[in-house]
Design a protein around this ligand. Structure first.
Ligand code: PMP
Length: 362
């Protein structure tokens, strides 16, 4: 069967050379070859995330990286501020709840970014927040939060750790981990990293290590100290998803070669192109231009259109896979993913299919 034009916000399609790399033979994850690979990958990952802090590769999906952020820095009963602008923001808060933290939820409407002023107000109301949880790029609504401004507000008004879900932003959207004072960045291989699912990545600041010392949340598989100790001997604590690591090693090298600034620029351009094309066929983008995501575009559908049916028809007739709406946005929007390896033609085909199908079912 012919490959579909996979335009969901991850997993992303992979180029042929990456697919070939994944079919490499297995290696000893406790041997020299793995140690060399891990060292190179760690150094490249630090460059992309713009950090001098420790970074770790964990065999998990993005949610595993988010869970790692919580279990390694908090204790049951801690006050946690969870800023949510959609489905993934809620999930971060749910993980905090699951580990017995006292989670305060600061929620914003679907399609809206978080308001730094409201964050400030909440931080001034409660000086005890141990950590603030925030999504950088909310994949469910195609909104990019003003993360730099929010980090600034957090640093100026509290002593809280800043834990960021950057699952669908990192490697596609600028995230200046050290420059913005972020303590943990959580991301995952199947997004802008152009690798298959299977590897979660986190950065871990010195302040996060201080919090680790007093954290009593239960942890074992996600205990970051194990990753740190093993990294020192060039090994993972547990058997890694080797094929995904091979692909990720390859794409990290390619990113460094291409230049991270060029990659951000490319994402920003294709995102603008997608918005313009959607506007050209008479459709509106869910968020305001200023907060529109560089990695996934959420397009509003006319009221009388059943979004689920639309997505199914496009798959059936064009072999193009668009993302539907989730939760409150179910049936009301379509999402076009444009992270990683994507050409303008992929977007044009998607928008044409969208127009023809809308005309047909309208
Ligand atoms: N956060 C965001 C912003 C995401 O887009 C996703 C995945 N779509 C996740 C968290 C969860 O990642 P995973 O499905 O890899 O656990």
């Amino acid at each position: 069967m012919e490959d579909s034009n996979l335009r969901i916000p991850g997993p992303v399609p992979l180029p042929k050379d990456t697919l070939e790399i994944m079919s490499r033979q297995m290696i000893n994850h406790r041997g020299l070859e793995y140690a060399m690979m891990l060292e190179e990958m760690s150094s490249n990952l630090k460059s992309v995330l713009m950090t001098k802090s420790d970074v770790y590769f964990i065999t998990a999906s993005g949610t595993g990286a988010m869970e790692s952020a919580i279990v390694n820095t908090t204790s049951p009963g801690d006050d946690i501020l969870s800023i949510s602008i959609g489905w993934f923001g809620q999930r971060f808060g749910d993980i905090s709840d699951a580990y017995g933290c006292k989670t305060t939820r600061l929620e914003f409407q679907s399609g809206e970014p978080a308001d730094p002023e409201k964050v400030k107000k909440e931080l001034l109301k409660n000086k005890n927040y141990k950590a603030v949880l925030i999504t950088h790029n909310e994949s469910s609504s195609g909104v990019r939060n003003p993360l730099r401004e929010i980090c600034e507000v957090i640093k100026n008004n509290s002593n809280a750790l800043i834990l960021v879900d950057a699952v669908s932003s990192a490697a596609g959207t600028r995230i200046s981990t050290d420059g913005w004072g972020i303590d943990i960045v959580a991301t995952a291989s199947q997004k802008s990293w152009i690798a298959p699912p299977g590897i979660a990545m986190i950065s871990f600041s010195e302040k996060a290590w201080k919090a680790y010392e007093s954290s009593s949340s239960p942890k074992y598989y996600y205990d970051v100290k194990q990753y740190k100790d093993y990294l020192e001997i060039g090994q993972p604590p547990f058997t890694p998803a080797l094929s995904t690591m091979f692909a990720l090693q390859y794409s990290l090298n390619r990113m460094i070669e291409e230049g991270i600034e060029n990659i951000f620029e490319k994402h920003s351009e294709i995102a603008k192109f997608t918005r313009t094309k959607a506007n050209d066929i008479g459709l509106q983008i869910l968020p305001k231009e200023e907060f529109a995501s560089d990695t996934v575009t959420a397009i509003k559908l006319p009221e009388n259109i059943d979004g689920k049916k639309l997505v199914n028809e496009i798959k059936e007739n064009y072999n193009i896979v668009l993302g539907g709406g989730q939760q409150k946005l179910a049936g009301k929007i379509v999402r076009i993913g444009h992270m990683g390896w994507v050409e303008k033609k992929d977007i044009e085909d998607s928008i044409n299919a969208l127009k023809e199908t809308l005309d047909k079912i309208n």
